[in-house]
Write a protein that binds this ligand. Structure first.
Ligand code: G3H
Ligand code: 13P
Ligand code: ZN
Length: 336
């Protein structure tokens, strides 16, 4: 049976992106696959009074079961509301978003199961095919007041079953036509960020192409732009993993000061997944190394959840500038 996101307590991205563009911050989009990640994200964002986009990839749906995810999302909204009431905090806006939707059918299925926002990733298709599938998803999604993210340009790195060796930067001369032909609500662009934990080799100096971002902004002023592949690959987590028996290759991620700069522009959604995976794995490996007698999952998943929460709170406060923005968005939503 179909459910609509409004009945689950989610909001779409429209108002929060307007606020993010106006007030120079970016809304965090954090991926989750299990209860501990979801709890860490929601509690970190409630404590920092940040809006948040809960991202579900196709892989997450396959891992956790679509129906269970829908109920987990609903449970997270209720948990947030009760906790806010108990502690005298304001409620925060939560979006349930499909990350990297690869077909019209998948987007429809998510819209029918309570998602308030979907991404249709046609970036691997020809320009014409990308326009056609994105337009089709937008037409259906907007009937249900669900917002849609499209993508132009290809990020390097590995995402689900798709991997690309090289960046294909977004062509600024295409963005205005793409946005007006498709009717998308936000646009993911490729300016040098990449998916996964192996982004740049140590010694390389990662530079995202803020010049391309500026050119894009000039062509679609005030239009919400999205950055994928924005993990910074915390070096302390990589070191802990390798000290405690792991074997990760050396790698560096996107420098946080560059993300800070991007968040002050039309970039209003920043996607972070790998950093959470690294922080969680580092804590679990540390516990396994220090307490080999431990076998209760709560004793290692609980501390991993706490470490994740600390990381998300820091990102909200120090990188995305999304902390403290929830009250303004809630007010704008009431007036919308
Ligand atoms: O961009 C990809 C996300 O990090 C999701 O990764 O497909 O392994 O769940 P996943
Ligand atoms: P990272 O792999 O850099 O965390 O990127 C996540 C992402 O873009 C999810 O869509
Ligand atoms: Zn992505």
């Amino acid at each position: 049976m179909a459910v609509h996101y409004k009945g689950l307590g989610f909001v779409n991205t429209r108002v929060m992106f307007q606020e993010a563009v106006k007030d120079n911050f970016a809304v965090p989009a954090y991926n989750f696959n299990n209860m501990e990640q979801l709890q860490a994200i929601v509690t970190a964002c409630l404590d920092t009074q940040s809006p948040v986009i809960l991202q579900v990839s196709k892989g997450a749906r396959n891992y956790a079961d679509q129906t269970l995810l829908q109920y987990m999302g609903q449970g997270a909204v209720e948990m947030m509301k009760q906790s806010a009431r108990r502690r005298g905090l304001g409620e925060i806006p939560l979006v349930l978003h499909l990350d990297h939707g690869d077909s019209y059918e998948l987007c429809v299925s998510c819209i029918e199961s309570g998602f308030s926002s979907v991404m249709i990733d046609g970036s691997h298709l020809s320009y014409e095919e990308n326009v056609a599938v994105t337009k089709k998803v937008v037409a259906h999604a907007h009937d249900f007041d669900v917002t849609v993210e499209g993508e132009l340009g290809v990020l390097a790195g590995v995402e689900d079953e798709v991997s690309a060796e090289q960046h294909t930067y977004t062509k600024p001369e295409e963005v205005r036509d793409f946005v007006s032909q498709t009717g998308v609500d936000s646009l993911a662009i490729a300016i040098g960020t990449s998916h996964g934990a192996y982004k740049f080799k140590p010694g390389q100096h990662p530079e995202i192409r803020l010049d391309i971002l500026r050119e894009i902004e000039e062509r679609i002023p005030g239009f919400p732009v999205v950055l994928h592949g924005s993990s910074s690959v915390p070096q302390d987590a990589v070191a802990t993993i390798n000290r405690c028996g792991g074997r990760l290759k050396d790698s560096v991620g996107i420098p946080e000061d560059q993300l800070r700069q991007a968040a002050q522009s039309a970039v209003c959604k920043i996607n972070i997944d790998s950093d959470g995976r690294l922080v969680m794995t580092a804590k679990i490996r540390e516990i396994f190394a220090e307490k080999p007698e431990e076998f209760d999952p709560r004793k290692y998943l609980g501390p991993a959840r706490d470490a994740l929460k600390v990381m998300y709170m820091r990102k909200n406060r120090e990188v995305l500038a999304s902390a403290g923005r929830a009250p303004g968005i809630m007010k704008a939503l009431r007036g919308a």
